[in-house]
Design a protein around this ligand. Structure first.
Ligand code: HEC
Length: 257
């Protein structure tokens, strides 16, 4: 321990101590003041920067690291370096994760919840054709190619997928409006999930196609449409209240608040 005895004890001049003390107080005030202003990502950056300066002041001057043995300085610097590495790595995840997942930086990805058609509840050959194309991708596994509820996945399901060619057993009514309701909400307690993330126009197209698979139930009356909150006197039914966003985006938004 000869080295320790040779060690020169440095006494911190009162004036230096006071200057550093005041500097630390001022920096604390800066931290509090900056926290009250919304600077976006800069807030965290400034907070960390100020904390770093304060830590250095304490370590170098109060703890007298600047006049201490070199190895202590190296230990401190190394610890500090690793801390910085951890913080930078965490920060890249914290601040830039969204950039990886949402390449198009739109706050709300383009999901048309409001219909682009004036009266999407009225069946047209175009909507039925579009509905079939969607059906063959989204629904066929359970409901089957002909809509008889006999798709390849149907065997494992209880309750069984609805047979669209039959009028029996419907839980919502067998009209485009009733199917639109099913597609929005799903049927609880069954494999029939909500398709609310599909654009409203797609759901109308699917509804018209499903109706076309069975006997004609007649067009939707204003009373039918009122049950799903649609006012047929308004363009697109005035159903703009319906807003849907993907679940992963919803989680991201909630975790930011
Ligand atoms: C994972 C399997 C599955 C998929 C995929 C699926 N369904 Fe279903 N669907 C079901 C089951 C099961 C039922 C019956 C639920 C019940 O009786 O409670 C059902 C019922 C329905 C009903 C009957 C609603 C009523 O009033 O009773 C409609 C309409 C319907 N599905 C439309 C569709 C459309 C359109 C698609 C594609 C966008 C689709 N389903 C995709 C399993 C599925």
């Amino acid at each position: 321990m000869a080295k320790v005895e040779k060690h020169h004890h440095h006494i911190l001049p009162t004036k230096t101590a006071l200057v550093v003390f005041v500097a630390l107080l001022i920096l604390t005030i800066v931290t509090v003041a900056v926290a009250k202003v919304d600077l976006g990502r800069l807030n965290s950056f400034i907070a960390v920067l100020v904390a770093t300066i304060k830590a250095l002041l304490v370590a170098l001057i109060f703890m007298n690291l600047r006049n201490d043995r070199r190895e202590n300085g190296i230990i401190f610097a190394t610890a500090f370096l690793f801390l910085a590495i951890f913080m930078v790595l965490t920060a890249t995840d914290l601040f830039f994760r969204g950039d990886v997942y949402w390449k198009d930086k739109q706050p709300f990805p383009a999901i048309a919840t409001k219909s682009t058609l004036k009266q999407p509840w009225i069946s047209t050959p175009e909507l039925v054709t579009k509905g079939k194309a969607l059906y063959d991708v989204q629904c066929v596994a359970c409901h089957g190619a002909g809509g008889k509820g006999d798709g390849p996945a149907a065997g494992a399901l209880n309750p069984k997928p609805r047979d669209f060619t039959s009028v029996a057993g419907w839980k919502n009514w067998r009209k485009a409006s009733g199917i639109f309701k099913t597609l929005k909400e799903g049927l609880s307690g069954s494999a029939m999930a909500s398709f609310a993330t599909l654009p409203s126009d797609d759901r109308w197209a699917l509804s018209h196609y499903v109706v076309s698979l069975g006997s004609n139930p007649g067009a939707d009356t204003p009373a039918d449409l009122a049950k799903i909150g649609i006012d047929p006197t308004k363009d697109g039914g005035g159903a703009a209240k319906e807003r849907t966003i993907p679940i992963d985006l919803a989680i991201e938004i909630m975790s930011e608040k």
